[in-house]
Design a protein around this ligand. Structure first.
Ligand code: THU
Length: 130
């Protein structure tokens, strides 16, 4: 399954809109509904308005009916083993658990597997809000 997600992330990366950074990123995640959702980074001429590949994939999942991320692969053309940025770790954690597997890829496939708990220890979480 991880290799399938790698291939899906690589395919998603071809859709990146990254004319400013020229740093395409692709994400594929498998959700609890069994579906695979894709995302790429989408930049904007007003630089802070752009966003990462991870929120694109999370948005696709939410709109497709998925509720939880089961596993997620990320790939960046120019950076083997690219990890989700800090903000994306928080975004992913909202829909994942500490043992959710995150596949860090290079051009050949999954190069390293980490858990969400390893990526974001001490994640912001509380039952005080909401
Ligand atoms: N980027 C992602 O899409 N995901 C990450 O986790 C790392 C950074 C994007 C944002 C921006 O379009 C480009 O990579 C350079 O930072």
């Amino acid at each position: 399954m991880s290799h399938e997600l790698f291939e899906a992330a690589r395919e998603a990366m071809t859709k990146a809109h990254a004319p400013y950074s020229k740093f395409p990123v692709g994400v594929a995640l498998k959700a609890d509904d069994g579906k695979v959702y894709l995302g790429a980074n989408i930049e904007n001429l007003s630089f802070p308005q752009g966003w990462c590949a991870e929120p694109t994939a999370i948005g696709a999942m939410v709109m497709g009916g998925g509720k939880k991320i089961v596993e997620l692969a990320v790939i960046a053309e120019k950076l083997p083993l690219c990890t989700p940025c800090g903000g994306c770790r928080q975004k992913i954690s909202e829909f994942a658990s500490a043992d959710t597997r995150i596949y860090l890829c290079d051009e050949a496939g999954v190069a390293k597997t980490v858990t969400m708990g390893e990526l974001l220890p001490y994640a912001f979480e509380t039952d005080v809000i909401g």
